[in-house]
Design a protein around this ligand. Structure first.
Ligand code: SF4
Ligand code: SF4
Length: 149
């Protein structure tokens, strides 16, 4: 269980996270909101859930405190997280911003990210078949949120 946050601890986290070379990017088209990533993330309040409706739920990552540890990406049962270079999300505060803002560097400069995930970045994940193929989730709205990969 992560330690609770206070101002001093958050400041320390932000300082540490500023040195991270990679950050976690969530594929919201496939995220089931199962909260496994929240459970494994060592940074308090780094990942937060939105939405209670199963058809419109997911999580987003606070980039200012994500330390790039990759634990969420390794443990996500739905394989909906990719680690991306920090410069690609530098203008966003959250992973949610990075997907909704197509003017962001993460979309404008796909050459900044590994080739295998460029398709993920060129269109909105919710409408991009390449994203669904990449993540292997043709039906992102899946009941039973704790089912394995
Ligand atoms: S573990 Fe994966 S599917 Fe579950 S909430 Fe996190 S990103 Fe979404
Ligand atoms: S990479 Fe680590 S710090 Fe960042 S969201 Fe995932 S588990 Fe949390």
């Amino acid at each position: 269980m992560p330690a609770p946050q206070n101002d001093a601890r958050r400041a320390a986290l932000v300082k540490g996270a500023s040195k991270a070379k990679i950050k976690a990017l969530i594929n919201l088209s496939a995220c089931t909101g199962c909260e496994v990533c929240i459970a494994v993330c060592p940074v308090p309040q780094c990942i937060e859930k939105f939405g209670e409706d199963p058809s419109n739920t997911g999580v987003w990552v606070n980039y200012d405190i994500c330390i790039g540890c990759q634990l969420c990406a390794k443990d996500c049962p739905w394989d909906t997280i990719r680690m991306v270079p920090t410069p690609t999300v530098a203008m966003d505060q959250t992973s949610l911003d990075s997907q909704l803002n197509h003017e962001h560097a993460v979309f404008q400069k796909p050459e900044l990210v590994p080739e295998e995930i460029r398709g993920f970045l060129t269109k909105a994940p919710k409408t991009d078949p390449a994203v669904l193929e990449l993540f292997g989730k043709n039906n992102p709205i899946v009941p039973g949120p704790m089912s394995p990969k």
